[in-house]
Write a protein that binds this ligand. Structure first.
Ligand code: FAD
Length: 391
């Protein structure tokens, strides 16, 4: 079914632009509102696992992904001080066969850029910060800090973990600081050959630390010295890598968490991505879930046409159980990766060895159930026809 509806999307991160693209592909008018002055993603890499790669292909950016991406050979868990291999899950050879798509490493900014290709520039407004949303009959209105407002059939909050749309719709609640923080940085490989880095997705597992996070924002510039100081005593390969980080591209992040929500949509407002289900990065799924949400929401709106309530129900029915499971399992992985007690580490490493002996594809982060899912087949679950290619 086609529809003449108009959708306002607050936030033009990876989730927001994926939704704009998915709606555009289905002929639904979508307008993006972003508080930043321009599109910009922080300098960091992101893993696009097979479940996300299937959606990216359906969104018409499969070739773009191959252009910007790198295919790691395997996911490898390593011990923090002696680099001993704890597990090895093959990726490059097996993912297409087992999960129907590749496992990619990409730069966030490159991923964002390919999702934006072909979007109408006149439907993106920068420098506008959403201050709230209200319902007006069977429409919703987004309000902005410059005094303007935007009325639409649906307003989608894709405005990240500290979502204003979420607070305005469901009441304010602060995300919980987990006691974990992380650094995100880039190492320019063109200038420095890195013979000590294997072409894999590497997980270095070491004892936990409990920093105090006092900054109001959840991402802060950091320094190479601070990064190296925190990893004193770690294996020389990881230290050598950190010594080569680009000094301009080192950020530290507080890791915040929320419990799964019972409902995302109220009236003509809904949520997507981190605004709906922020998760810890230990399954590498936050952006992937936002991309899956985007595809399913666009498919549901396209299928149910004027019946927006039915579309939002179908969207939540498809997405809430899955994202809740990923949120909770990511939280559990965080605990396992940072075990401090040598005895607990020994038990964990033994469990890795046993799992690997049984099935090397099901060891390590144990995410086969995440990768198998195919959001592009949601059509079969609520009966839409496949989307036409973007023109
Ligand atoms: C260390 C780390 C590693 C990660 N690794 C991976 C990985 O390997 N794979 C993966 O899939 N995910 C990963 N993630 C998760 C991923 O980065 C996020 O889940 C994803 O970026 C969420 O996208 P989003 O569009 O929902 O939100 P965001 O990226 O937060 O985008 C929100 C956008 O909304 C804008 N905005 C906010 N408030 C307003 C407002 N009031 N008005 C207008 N605009 C507003 C912001 O400026 C921003 O552009 C990782 C996260 C971390 C912290």
């Amino acid at each position: 079914m086609t529809t003449s509806m108009r959708v306002g999307i607050v936030g033009a991160g990876i989730g927001g632009v994926a939704l704009a693209r998915a709606l555009h592909q289905r002929g639904i008018e979508a307008h993006l509102f972003e508080r930043a002055a321009a599109f910009g993603e922080i300098g960091a890499g992101v893993q696009m696992t097979p479940n996300a790669a299937k959606v990216l292909k359906a969104l018409g950016v499969g070739e773009g992904l191959a252009r910007i991406g790198f295919l790691p050979n395997a996911m490898v868990g390593r011990n923090w001080d002696d680099a001993r291999e704890l597990f090895r899950t093959p990726l490059r050879e097996v993912c297409p066969r087992l999960f129907g798509a590749d496992f990619w490493h990409v730069h966030r900014a490159d991923l964002h850029a390919i999702l934006c290709e072909g979007l109408p520039a006149e439907r993106v407004r920068f420098n506008v910060s959403c201050t709230g949303v209200t319902q007006r009959g069977d429409r919703a209105v987004a309000h902005f800090n410059d005094g303007t407002e935007f009325e639409a059939d649906l307003i989608v909050g894709a405005d990240g973990i500290h979502s204003v749309v979420r607070d305005a719709t469901w009441g304010r609640s602060d995300a919980r600081f987990t006691g974990h923080m992380c650094w995100r940085a880039l190492v320019p490989v063109a200038q420095h050959p890195l013979p000590f880095v294997s072409p894999d997705a590497s997980f270095w597992m070491g004892p936990k630390a409990h920093p105090t996070w006092v900054a109001e924002s959840w991402t802060e510039p950091s320094t190479r010295e601070e990064l190296l100081g925190a990893y004193e005593g770690w294996h020389e390969n990881i230290v050598k890598l950190f010594e080569r980080t680009d000094k301009q591209q080192i950020f530290k992040w507080g890791l915040f968490d929320r419990d799964p929500m019972d409902r995302w949509s109220k009236g003509r407002v809904t949520l997507l991505g981190d605004a709906a289900h922020p998760m810890l990065p230990f399954l590498s799924q936050g952006a992937a879930m936002a991309i899956e949400d985007a595809y399913v929401l666009a498919a549901a709106l396209s299928h149910f046409g004027a019946d927006t309530n039915a579309a939002l129900d179908a969207y939540e029915a498809e997405r809430r159980p899955r994202t809740a499971r990923v949120q909770l399992e990511a939280r559990e992985r965080g605990r396992t990766y940072h075990l401090a007690s040598p005895e607990e580490q020994k038990q964990r490493d033994l469990a890795f060895q046993q799992a690997q002996a049984q099935n090397p594809n099901a060891v390590g982060i144990k995410a086969e159930w995440v990768y198998e899912y195919d959001a592009t087949r949601c059509a079969e679950r609520f009966g839409t026809t496949p989307a036409p290619a973007l023109t």
